[in-house]
Design a protein around this ligand. Structure first.
Ligand code: ADP
Length: 190
């Protein structure tokens, strides 16, 4: 327990939002590796930034290489990974930021935990719904090839399950669609 809470003295989220002239938000992109989460989040970040918004992308690159570099891919570590990400997203949210989180986050339980930490009013779940066959064809990082060869164990979609969201805020199909089309759909949520 925090025995000396200071929240009542700190600048509030409402004050930050007024300063920034925007409303804080968390867009949580979930989907298979290679489905397009990072590509869409990055393009969306650039577009929002160009329009004058304070926006932050959280993804495997800036999280797993830093705050979560001591974590692996066991179920326990995957949960801890997402718990910390959600807490970081919440801190940005409290500063009025638009936070774009791009993580496979493969199970309903794991995403529910994130939703609970962030708060359901501010948590927008975006399912980047690309068939496994397409993700595997893209194989952006060569990971599917390695997973099929048995060099990577428990790879989501191959030998570890992905549970599609039951009631996402938005479903983005990327097959035969441009990144720009997907971005313009996602931006409607802001
Ligand atoms: P993830 O972050 O989900 O692992 P990436 O964004 O790294 O996926 O890779 C997605 C790949 O799919 C990129 O090479 C991207 O150019 C390609 N792609 C093709 N069409 C789309 C689309 N409509 N939206 C997003 N990515 C797309």
């Amino acid at each position: 327990m925090n025995i000396h809470p200071i929240f009542d003295r700190l600048v509030t989220r409402q004050e930050q939002e007024r300063l920034l002239n925007q409303k804080g938000n968390v867009l949580w992109f979930t989907g298979l590796s290679g489905s397009g989460k990072s590509t869409i989040a990055e393009a969306l970040e650039r577009q929002l930034f160009n329009q004058g918004y304070f926006v932050k992308v959280l993804d495997g690159d800036n999280i797993r290489s830093g705050i979560n570099k001591n974590l692996g891919f066991s179920l326990g570590d995957r949960k801890e990974n997402i718990r910390r990400i959600a807490e970081v997203a919440k801190l940005f949210l409290d500063s009025g930021a638009i936070v774009l989180c791009s993580f496979v986050s493969p199970t309903i339980e794991i995403r529910d935990m994130a939703r609970e930490i962030i708060g359901s009013d501010d948590f927008k779940e975006i399912f980047v719904d690309t068939p496994l066959s397409i993700c595997e064809l893209r194989d952006v990082k060569g990971l599917y090839k390695k997973a099929r060869a048995g060099e990577i164990k428990e790879f989501t979609g191959i030998d570890s399950p992905f549970e599609a969201p039951e009631n996402p805020t938005l479903i983005l199909k990327t097959e035969n669609r441009s990144v720009a089309e997907c971005v313009s759909e996602a931006i409607q949520l802001i």
